[in-house]
Design a binder for this molecule. Structure first.
Ligand SMILES: Cc1ncc(COP(=O)(O)O)c(C=O)c1O
Length: 394
């Protein structure tokens, strides 16, 4: 018997990527397919101490139901953390969410009616595509280059489609690895004001830079563009910088949007785990994050460099890519005419190396020659070995 599922499920399909993940069980496979941070880099001792401190300082707060908006000491710590990066925000202007994934879901739930147009980057984060489609969004893609989203195309598409909002990952994008230039960031904010269009900034990777820090977040820059905060939403997360298992993210948004998001969150999970929030608050308060970041940045930087060098050496002109300045991903493309990265992925698995083909990351007009490689969890010698196998599968 088939169950009478809601019509909205017809807007999404299980991703091609999941199908590929089934093949990853093969023993000895080198995987560039994941999107996880490296578990070996987790600050286990720091989190253990924070857990202990959470129970010692405020066991009732940590173990009881909590406010839907979030555990107040954590809201204050997040506001302080953002402030340390020049992004001034009051604790009352943000809510804690169960990962930034929930922030995206709440934005979808509060803003998207079936048939509404939303502009997204091509390519963009797959779970966002799926989530917004679940709410019936008509997704239109804006092209991306090495400097991030093409802002003039964005201006034209806003004019043409009058979208409900524009969703961007301006810093070390997933999967593009691209970072929006400072000039383009300013233009995005000016466009938001001029066209009265909401812009959503999703920023889980901004702290994972390899050399110089990236340009300030849209939220930080919005202080310089009059009126832009009225049209700006910012999503942040501890997942890639501390631990995705904590499931702690946050949403900064104009008051009316935040109030509706809180209402929807009440029906969704009532509150993010108070225990996780109290632990995160203690961790941030103890000042562990700068040290933890200083430890992980050079490791990811070294792995990224190793991958980029190996790709250049072993794949030559057959593969083009943008060397990332941070984050977890190298976005690449096969240069041969009509190349198909999905077929390449199958050949690569036979050689013992896995990655994700790029087409599913496009809400429209997929670039079938593109693919995403993550270097984050793979040791340097395995990165070299994996890229050599990739070259054999070309
Ligand atoms: C661009 C982007 N946004 C949001 C998320 C969701 O992360 P989390 O819910 O763990 O904060 C991810 C995770 O991979 C991501 O890549």
């Amino acid at each position: 018997m088939s169950l009478p599922f809601a019509q909205r499920l017809q807007n999404v399909e299980t991703s091609a990527i999941r199908e590929l993940f089934k093949l990853l069980g093969k023993p000895g496979i080198i995987s560039f397919a994941g999107g996880f941070p490296d578990a070996a880099l987790f600050d286990v001792e720091g989190v253990r101490a924070a857990t202990e401190a959470a129970l010692t300082a405020d066991a009732a707060g940590a173990l009881q139901y909590g406010a839907t908006e979030g555990y107040q000491p954590l809201r204050e710590e997040i506001a302080r953390f953002m402030g340390s990066k020049g992004a001034q925000v009051n604790a009352s202007e943000l809510i804690v969410t169960t990962g930034s994934q929930q922030a995206l879901d709440l934005i979808g739930k509060t803003m998207i009616s079936p048939g509404d147009t939303v502009l997204v980057e091509g390519p963009t984060f797959l779970a966002t595509i799926q989530c917004f489609r679940l709410y019936g969004a008509n997704l239109v893609t804006i092209p991306v280059d090495g400097d991030g989203v093409d802002v003039e195309a964005m201006a034209r598409l806003i004019d043409e489609h009058k979208p409900k909002f524009v969703y961007l990952i301006p810093t070390f994008g997933n999967p593009s690895g691209a970072t929006l230039s400072l000039a383009r960031r300013q233009r995005v904010l000016e466009l938001a004001v001029a066209t009265q269009t909401l812009v959503v900034e999703d920023d889980p990777y901004g702290d994972l830079y390899f050399g110089e820090a990236p340009p300030p977040s849209l939220w930080a820059l919005s202080a310089q563009v009059a009126g832009s905060r009225e049209f700006l939403v910012h999503c942040g997360s501890l997942s890639k910088i501390l631990s995705p298992g904590l499931r702690v993210g946050w949403l900064v948004a104009p008051p009316a949007l935040l109030a509706n998001a809180v209402m929807c969150k009440q029906f969704s999970d009532a509150a993010t785990s108070t225990f996780a929030q109290a632990t995160a608050a203690q961790y941030l308060q103890a000042g562990g994050l700068p040290g933890a970041l200083a430890k992980v940045r050079p490791v990811y930087a070294q792995r990224a460099r190793t991958m980029v060098e190996a790709l250049g050496r072993d794949c030559g002109d057959a593969v083009s890519f943008v060397a990332p300045g941070g984050g977890l991903f190298v976005w690449a493309r096969l240069t041969a005419p009509n190349a198909d990265a999905a077929a390449f992925a199958k050949r690569a698995i036979e050689q013992g190396v896995a990655f994700v083909p790029g087409a599913p990351f496009f809400a429209q007009n997929p670039d079938r020659a593109s693919f995403r490689l993550s270097f984050a969890t793979v040791a340097q010698d395995k990165i070299r070995e994996g890229v050599a196998k990739l070259a054999q599968a070309l």
